[in-house]
Design a protein. Structure first.
Length: 638
């Protein structure tokens, strides 16, 4: 779904590099293939991921094949920005064997480097997802590859810093020295180029104060190589007057702590100067190449028929099409929780993420077994709240009020571990889903005066706002720096600082951009999006709500949808008379939902046929008893 214009610019930048690569690698010809392959031999190549990562550079790879031999066909099976699992088919090529083999290495070199950048960027972006910080690249790119490297950063979910020396001024220590101070340097810069944005680099808090004294304010201040405690002080001194960027020595190990200080941007040179290529290879054979995917599809079809009434397959809306096709029930997490209680089947195979399968296991009847095709398919959001941390926060609330159980109803979003659901069951609390969060919150506030909501800060904040609770009455918990007692006592809603790394990637700029292009567009977003995005949207609701609204709209309606991309793409296909786009320019996919494939579904079903239970999801009886209580409280609300 990457814009055509963006692709055009990318190809313009890539064309001379591709020509150079063809000249250096193929030159007058591929001696080996020309000696061994007859000219009429046709080959088919499957470009396959060998490691998990984010794909970037498909159009560049396609262009390499086209430039080597325009009769080669290139079919992409995923999109730039999409995460792939090991073994996943990225693209297929078909054409004259000599040309396919000659172009292979060059195409992979581009694709692997760009995907490596996108993959590393995504790791940084994920590491700071629950903060306000955005990840930026630098000018430390491979000479000549600036546009390609920066494109790959965007596909990873990062933002671009200035492109070159000419599109933004960055005043560094050498400039300051030459001008005789920060203030004269900014004055000269403004006089020379009034329209260019200006960023000033500062190395200590004194310099920061000088930079802040400039009026009108500069566009951004860079905190260069500062210690964490200094960065924290800088954030508090700046108090939001100028956006702050941290730069220098940022590693994956440190980035979350830096982001937690409250800075706006973090620039990371390593994204492009130390790139590990993503492991991608091409398997070549004579067409038709053995189609492993359709083998699995027919295997699942047969196994499902053979298991008959004993089996029910549940599929969440974010699942791959080829998986959802086999779901007896598809739905959002609320529907699936209900369906799990109604089925009579002996085996419930949950095509979704682990907490969903756990929920089904908690609600299952005696004798029913819940299985998941990939045990490691977790949820980023659920993982932001560990039981011990939530318990520690609960103890702090208890210390602040004396009797926490009289003051707070705990609510856990269904995207959480069984242990947290049990915690809610034990303490008079309840579970909610994105479909009923407002209703559950209302109920909870009728029970006790305050609510402790985890793990998704955005869902909690968005729903509390909808009920008229002001931001001043909400407290965002901080695991690193515990809030003081006064702040806790003022809070009506305490929010856990968790978030979903998929929905977090929708930004207010995206809403402005789609509205500018299409003034009549309807923006509909999931409540896991940030408050700033929800506030700008026309509607907010669960995945089932989004589907219902799109279905009910008249043909010709234009939609920008802020939720996981597989669902958006399915809606596009199912409603060709409506104009549907993803709200984000690089549409986000849920990596862990994508871990469920027809191949691992087939493995689980094949084992069931042999009488073996693989990947069964268990919840111990005590945890299940309390968690069921919290879930049943929710289901009773209707
Ligand atoms: P729904 O409850 O809307 O299905 O959402 C579940 C989920 O995982 C959203 O990210
Ligand atoms: Fe979890 Fe977000 Fe994926 Fe939903 S989309 S399963 S909340 S990581």
């Amino acid at each position: 779904m990457v814009e055509k214009q963006e692709e055009k610019l990318l190809l313009q930048a890539a064309a001379p590099l591709i020509d150079l690569a063809i000249a250096e690698d193929i030159g007058p010809g591929d001696a080996t293939s020309e000696a061994i392959l007859a000219p009429e031999v046709v080959l088919q190549g499957r470009i396959v991921a060998k490691a998990a990562g984010v794909v970037a550079g498909l159009t560049v790879a396609a262009e390499v094949f086209r430039r080597v031999d325009s009769s080669i066909e290139f079919i992409a099976h995923v999109a730039d920005g999409q995460e792939v699992v090991p073994g996943e088919l990225i693209a297929e090529v078909k054409g004259p064997g000599r040309s396919v083999l000659a172009a292979e290495r060059i195409a992979l070199n581009f694709l692997q480097r760009m995907s490596g950048i996108a993959t590393l960027t995504r790791r940084f972006v994920d590491a700071v997802a629950c903060s306000r910080a955005a990840i930026l690249d630098t000018r430390k790119t491979l000479p000549g590859y600036r546009l390609l490297d920066k494109y790959a950063v965007r596909m990873g979910g990062g933002l671009n810093h200035r492109l070159s020396l000419f599109d933004m001024m960055l005043i560094k220590d050498n400039h300051v020295e030459a001008a005789g101070g920060i203030i004269p340097a900014v004055t000269r810069a403004r006089q020379a180029q009034p329209s260019l944005p200006i960023e000033v680099e500062v190395r200590n808090l004194d310099e920061l104060r000088q930079a802040l004294s400039i009026s009108p304010p500069v566009d951004r201040i860079m905190l260069d190589n500062m210690r964490l405690d200094e960065i924290r002080q800088a954030v508090s001194i700046t108090a939001g007057r100028v956006p702050l960027e941290v730069s220098g020595n940022v590693t994956l190990g440190r980035v979350a702590e830096i982001a937690a200080t409250g800075v706006d941007y973090i620039s990371v040179g390593a994204l492009t100067h130390s790139v590990p290529a993503l492991d991608i290879s091409m398997e070549v054979g004579r067409p038709p190449v053995r189609e492993t995917r359709s083998d699995s599809v027919s295997q699942v079809t047969e196994l499902k028929a053979a298991l008959g009434q004993r089996l029910v397959i549940l599929g969440h809306h974010y699942q791959r099409d080829e998986v959802i096709e086999f779901a007896d029930f598809r739905g959002d997490s609320l529907q699936l929780a209900r369906q799990a209680t109604q089925t009579e089947a002996q085996y419930i195979v949950f095509c979704g993420v682990h907490f969903m399968a756990e929920t089904a296991a908690i609600l299952a009847r005696p004798g029913q077994h819940v299985l998941i095709p990939d045990m490691t398919a977790g949820c980023y959001l659920a993982d932001t709240a560990a039981l011990e941390d939530v318990q520690a926060a609960w103890s702090c609330l208890d210390a602040a009020f004396g009797d926490v159980e009289a003051e707070f109803t705990p609510i856990t979003y269904v995207n959480s571990s069984a242990a947290l659901k049990a915690f809610c069951g034990r303490h008079g609390g309840v579970v909610c889903t994105s479909g009923n969060a407002a209703q559950v919150l209302r109920w909870a506030l009728e029970q006790r005066p305050r609510v402790f909501f985890f793990p998704d800060q955005h869902l909690g904040r968005n729903m509390a706002r909808r009920m008229g609770i002001s931001l001043e009455e909400m407290l965002l918990w901080n695991v690193r720096h515990l809030p003081d007692v006064q702040a806790i006592r003022r809070a009506r809603v305490v929010l856990w600082p968790g978030c979903c790394n998929v929905h977090q990637r929708f930004r207010p700029e995206h809403v402005h951009a789609v509205r500018e292009r299409f003034p009549d567009i309807r923006v509909i977003v999931h409540p896991e999006c940030k408050m700033e995005v929800v506030d700008l949207a026309d509607e907010t609701g669960s995945t089932a709500y989004i589907i219902k609204q799109v279905r009910a709209a008249p043909p010709g309606t234009r939609w920008a949808i802020g939720t996981e991309t597989r669902l958006v793409q399915r809606l596009q296909r199912e409603h060709p008379k409506q104009h549907i786009i993803s709200l984000a320019e690089v549409p986000p996919y849920c990596r862990t939902m994508g871990q469920i494939t027809v191949q691992n579904l087939a493995r689980v079903l094949a084992a069931l046929m042999r009488g073996e239970m693989v990947n069964e999801v268990f919840v111990d009886a005590e945890t299940a008893r309390w968690a069921r209580m919290a879930l049943e409280r929710m289901l009773e609300l209707g």
